[in-house]
Design a protein around this ligand. Structure first.
Ligand code: 9MR
Length: 361
């Protein structure tokens, strides 16, 4: 009898069963990266503080790729012309190299987080197209070259498509001064600086049909001109209300049909509907993470990851935007001080129940 009990315990242990209630016991030694090892790397956007202490440990347990959340953007990294501030980006790169995990570079050309000097000359006048493209060239060569041995993929151009569905390219300073050429040039120079790096066009709301079609048109045009684009970075700032499975599958198939790789670069699932403009919190605005919202979020996470697995041959990375609900950009945007709970780890850095909807199938 004793023998039978011992063998049962060994079998239960091996198969991860909890003999007290017979429910499968999660294997807590595995992290997201291990569950997905036959699919794609799983990354996380980090700042220079996340990579130390308990958060650093959590990153290494769960993820095998990082993206600097802000440290490689233009204003933080080249705040004054030809004066580079490398410290924060270097510390993230060193952490990733030390621990043999991947690094996505983010980003080389964007209309936001640009330094005040970029678009003007010494007299404060808007610079010429030639001058701006020279600045872009110098920036791209300097940054890409520094991280050549470390960064395997770059978000080269970020968010160039307009939010207004009747328009095509965003009317940014880049566009006003250079027309479409800044996009081609950024890719060409990034490729020259590091021919091995994978180069992505990265944008949000790409699953929404009206934006998807315009992003598709942009990428198709770049490929026709033989611009070196590896893939589409679909940011994936989603919510409990979108996208639908059909919309998501349509987008993946459409971009894959161009021969592009697909990366989900900034995944989070907000408990609120998507809003563009920053606004104040309304007096009675409720930010309770109710059971109903948790259930909707779990269903959405379960669906999107099942689609990612289904299309794994096209997808070569999935990255979460921030580590845990303790500190997410969505606590500040679009409503300062409205708490959000978009990630798989809670405010105490523990796995949320929704974590298991992502790793069990
Ligand atoms: O998460 C980033 C936040 O800390 C910055 O304040 C913000 C500045 O605009 O950028 C956030 O990251 C953005 C990313 O670089 C591009 N896609 C949208 C992300 C969320 O705004």
């Amino acid at each position: 009898m004793k023998k039978i009990f011992i063998s049962f315990s060994i079998v239960a242990f091996l198969f991860g069963c909890n003999s007290a209630n017979n429910h499968p016991k999660p294997n807590t030694n595995k992290g997201l990266k291990d569950y997905y090892k036959n699919y794609f790397p799983i990354g996380v956007a980090v700042n220079e503080h996340n990579i130390t202490g308990v958060q650093g440990k959590l990153i290494l347990k769960e993820f095998n790729s990082v993206t600097p959340e802000n440290a490689m953007k233009w204003a933080p990294i080249e705040p004054f012309q030809n004066v580079y501030f490398w410290k924060n980006a270097d510390s993230i790169v060193a952490f990733a190299k030390r621990n043999h995990i991947r690094i996505r570079g983010h980003n080389l050309c964007w209309h936001q987080q640009t330094p005040p000097w970029l678009f003007v000359n010494k007299n404060g006048k808007t610079v010429s197209k030639d001058t701006l493209l020279q600045r872009l060239k110098s920036h791209v060569f300097t940054v890409v070259n520094r991280y050549k041995d470390a960064v395997y993929a770059w978000d080269v151009v970020n968010e160039a498509i307009d939010d207004d569905s009747t328009k095509f390219l965003r009317n940014s300073k880049w566009y006003q001064i250079c027309g479409e050429d800044f996009i081609d040039s950024a890719f060409v120079w990034a490729h020259e600086a590091d021919p091995k790096a994978q180069l992505f066009y990265n944008d949000y709301n790409v699953i929404r049909p009206q934006k998807r079609e315009r992003v598709y048109k942009l990428l198709k045009g770049l490929l026709a001109k033989k611009i070196p684009v590896t893939g589409i970075g679909i940011q994936a700032h989603w919510s409990v209300y979108e996208p639908t499975q059909d919309e998501l599958e349509t987008a993946i198939k459409e971009f894959a049909s161009l021969g592009l790789k697909v990366q989900f670069t900034e995944v989070d699932i907000s408990i609120f509907p998507w809003e563009k403009n920053q606004r104040a919190k309304k007096p009675n605005e409720n930010d309770t993470y109710t059971d109903a919202l948790k259930a909707k979020q779990a269903a959405e996470y379960k669906m999107v990851f099942s689609v990612f697995r289904k299309y794994k041959k096209y997808i070569n990375s999935v990255t979460f935007w921030n580590l845990s609900d303790k500190d997410t950009w969505l606590d500040h945007y679009p409503v300062e001080g409205r708490k959000n709970y978009p990630l798989l780890f809670d405010t105490a850095l523990q796995r949320k129940p929704v974590y298991w909807d992502v790793v069990k199938w």
